[in-house]
Design a binder for this molecule. Structure first.
Ligand SMILES: Cc1cc2nc3c(=O)[nH]c(=O)nc-3n(C[C@H](O)[C@H](O)[C@H](O)COP(=O)(O)O)c2cc1C
Length: 155
């Protein structure tokens, strides 16, 4: 199954997980960025505000076409109990180009169900696999990552 991971990461936690999955599945990966908009303390506040208000932001132009893939894995940090604004902005633009979905999020410890549900809703897809990692899970994420990858491999 030709697979693409799309992720955004403000402080590289989601990135680390995305890159682990990319290595394990040997698939393509693309980072979504939004310049310096969400950097620093002001960026944190802006992020919380934008995410809860369902705002969109400018993102880099993706180099990979999701339509070329059988499966797109979306990875995002949880912001104010929803996906990060750059991922929301990406999905607003490209949701109808995703054939099959898997999704994961990283968070402090709350808002993950709402986040994963919202990704399914905006893409109008039942994900073939989902995963959330809390701050505690991040210390030792191997088992959750293996379960997530096995669901994808066994499809
Ligand atoms: C603007 C903002 C809002 C956040 N809101 C939540 C939240 O609602 N629930 C939660 O558990 N963590 C929340 N967090 C924490 C992040 O989800 C968590 O630290 C995540 O693992 C960061 O991933 P990253 O390093 O890939 O950016 C928030 C972080 C930011 C920056």
């Amino acid at each position: 199954m030709k697979t693409l991971i799309i992720y955004y990461s403000r402080t590289q936690i989601t990135e680390k997980i995305a890159k682990t999955i990319q290595k394990d599945l040997n698939c393509d990966i693309e980072e979504i960025t939004s310049g310096e908009k969400y950097h620093g303390v002001i960026g944190y506040i802006k992020g919380g505000f934008d995410a809860s208000a369902n705002r969109v932001c400018e993102i880099n132009k993706p180099t990979k076409n999701p339509e070329d893939y059988d499966l797109v894995i979306i990875g995002t940090p949880v912001w104010a109990s929803t996906m990060a604004t750059p991922i929301y902005s990406y999905l607003k633009k490209y949701n109808d180009k995703i054939k099959n979905l898997a999704s994961f999020c990283t968070c402090g410890g709350s808002g993950y169900t709402k986040t994963l549900n919202k990704i399914s809703k905006i893409t109008n897809k039942n994900p073939i696999a989902t995963m959330y990692l809390t701050k505690e899970d991040i210390e030792n994420p191997k088992e959750k990552i293996n379960n997530f990858e096995n669901k994808i491999k066994n499809r």
